[in-house]
Design a protein around this ligand. Structure first.
Ligand code: FAD
Length: 386
């Protein structure tokens, strides 16, 4: 019997690929292996659940069992792949050796926490990057049984979305970050400041321009000390200090891996034969976008390639829609440092054009009422991967 196509990872990339494959071939034997529970869920919904008071089970579209049944695949949940043997074409799972025919790595990205979390704070300091994390944070929040004081460390996309969502859910939120304005990687500072003001008006307390010095237990509270000595107390801390592609399996198997992920070409092929990668773990021809539209395009192209029609992936000028209803934000960050940001607009309704030396548009950012210009500007901007 030929060994099956094997996918590691049941996030939107792994399950997305599976859905695309099944549209082309209903019969091919496929095994899906995942370290988590294998639920089919949309990760972007994690940062919208607290305002709507959604319990974790409401976020999953279907269970791993339903995925197995409806897509006709073998699903192995709570199964950590320890190593890949590309020469022997097998996976190491504990003592087990599992043969694969073709392998797809969809292992995503893991939270990167640049400081140690004291052991005594287990259950009070969290990251939220999957449904299991959401489940744990949701349980801790529910156990408090009243309006919780939540300190969020990190003002990037994930930190800002949870900050907005938790305050909309009735909690008291503080936002701590070393940058002087929220969303520093997506927005030039004046637009970031507009978002900060909208957060402040909603009652959020912002500690910007200051890093975290330490976290410590203070009775049932968490003491959060900033690097200028100021201290606040919280019931729970949410750390949102960035994500790093999970490349360990690929790296130790000798695949070519860079800072931004497993290096793949536009066919999503890694440097090893019969191994492809997509999603947050993959850097496609130098681009790792780490959001949904690019991974969906990758899933579509890779399904065709694996089905016998080699297909290159391309990405359009797809802006990121940040889920901060207190001030809507849309951004297409430029791939290279712009020569200038040209900013227009009034109050919190702003447009920022990222331009190169020749005044060509290479990216943009929009806030407030100006988000309606996203389609027009996306048409004028260069594709992420043309
Ligand atoms: P993941 O979802 O991380 O899945 C990785 C899978 O690999 C998991 O199943 C894991 O268990 C498995 N795995 C890893 N290592 C192993 C191993 N050794 N053995 C077995 N299994 C393993 N993008 C947008 O476009 N719009 C948004 O609004 C948006 N909002 C977001 C909000 C939040 C809070 C977050 C965290 C992200 C958001 N994103 C958004 C980004 C988007 O969700 C991700 O780009 C996407 O979900 C990544 O999917 P993935 O399948 O590549 O990785």
């Amino acid at each position: 019997m030929t060994a099956p196509l094997t996918i590691i990872g049941s996030g939107m990339a792994g399950i997305g690929l599976l859905k695309q494959l099944r549209m082309l071939d209903a019969e091919r034997p496929v095994t899906l292996i995942t370290a988590d529970a294998g639920d089919d869920y949309a990760k972007p919904l994690l940062s919208t659940g607290f305002a709507k008071r959604l319990p974790p089970e409401r976020l999953a579209a279907r269970s791993a069992l339903e995925v197995a049944d409806q897509l006709g695949v073998v699903v192995r949940t709570r199964t950590q792949v320890d190593a890949i043997d590309p020469a022997g074409r097998c996976l190491h799972i504990g003592e087990e050796r599992l043969a694969y025919g073709e392998l797809v790595l969809a292992t995503g990205a893991a939270p990167s926490v640049p400081f140690a979390i004291p052991e005594g704070l287990a259950g009070r300091v969290f990251t939220i990057n999957d449904l299991d994390d959401y489940r744990a944070f949701h349980a801790a929040l529910t156990a408090i049984g009243r309006r919780a004081r939540v300190a969020i460390v990190g003002a990037g996309l994930v930190g800002c979305e949870f900050a907005n969502d938790l305050i909309a859910g009735g909690h008291a939120v503080s936002l701590v970050a070393p940058e002087h304005a929220p969303l520093p990687r997506l927005l030039p500072e004046p637009l970031g400041r507009a978002l900060g003001e909208a957060f402040g008006e909603a009652g959020m307390v912002l500690y910007l321009g200051r890093g975290l010095a330490r976290l410590e237990a203070a009775g049932s509270d968490v003491g959060v000390t900033l690097d200028d000595g100021e201290r606040l107390e919280a019931d729970l801390v949410l750390v949102a200090t960035g994500l790093r592609p999970r490349c360990e399996l690929a790296r130790s198997a000798g695949l070519v891996v860079g800072e931004a992920g497993i290096q793949v070409d536009r066919y999503l092929a890694t440097s090893a034969p019969r191994i492809h990668a997509l999603g947050d773990v993959a850097c496609v021809a130098g681009v790792n976008a780490m959001y949904v539209q690019p991974l969906q395009a990758s899933a579509k192209a890779l399904a065709r390639t694996l089905n016998g029609t080699p297909t290159e992936v391309s990405y359009g000028a797809w802006p990121v829609l940040v889920k901060t209803p207190l001030l809507p934000v849309v951004a297409l960050p430029p791939l290279s440092v712009p020569a200038r940001w040209r900013i227009e607009g009034e109050g919190s309704d702003l447009v920022a054009f990222a331009e190169d030396q020749d005044e060509r548009l290479i990216g943009f950012a929009l806030t407030g009422a100006c988000v309606k210009r996203k389609v027009e500007l996306a048409r004028a901007a260069p594709p992420l991967l043309g």
